[in-house]
Design a protein around this ligand. Sequence first.
Ligand code: 13P
Length: 258
Amino acid sequence: MASRRTLIAGNWKMNGHRADGVARAAALKERLAAAGAVPFDMAVCPPATLIWPVAAALASGPVLLGGQDCHPAASGAFTGDIAAPMLADAGCRFVIVGHSERRHGHGETDAVVKAKAAAALAVGLTAIVCVGETEAERDHGAAEAVVAAQLTGSWPESAGAAGGHAEDRLVIAYEPVWAIGTGRTATPADVAAMHRMIRTTLGSLTDRADQIRLLYGGSVKAANAAELLALEDVDGALVGGASLDADAFWAIAEATPR
Ligand code: 13P
């Protein structure tokens, strides 16, 4: 059984200006540094305008930095986009790809998500690849089939130019669309079943499925984090709203089983 270190990642989405973003990052850095040995990694994914100032606030501390999206290309005429090498240049270690707000709000297909994940891997970033069904898909009993298809379709086959095993720099986040920002969380039984299915599906894509961290996202907060993080195939959380408050985000991380 592989040991997968819990990852608690905050997705700030399109929230924050320099003052509050930097203050939140600095508060988390201070807390994590003071906490000593903890059983989790912590990352924050600010909006693009805040990546550089947050990088400066986190510098040489234990809190890791991520972007929220990247373009498949390394550079070029793509107005409004941000490239994976730019994120790496700014000190990012992670990038979220295929978030449902990109899949559904910007029409991103599995093929696009796969190309973005490959672009991230090529520059040494860890891609947090998001998958998740809509409420209608769950109501029709299609949740597992939808998630399995997204996972397979979004899977980048190789680690690209950065070499090594792609699996070592891939994280999967299961985020049921209906649980995002709604205050509704999937039941622990549903999360456990879906994560088990994801692990099994990963087993058909790689012989290193046991190494890959599977995060749950969707209305994670301090009150439900402990029971979610205790589930066997839940290796962390991708937190939206609650990550905008340093205390609330810290409390979620503290719920990691020891
Ligand atoms: P909430 O925690 O606000 O539901 O958002 C989850 C999410 O989308 C994280 O990427």
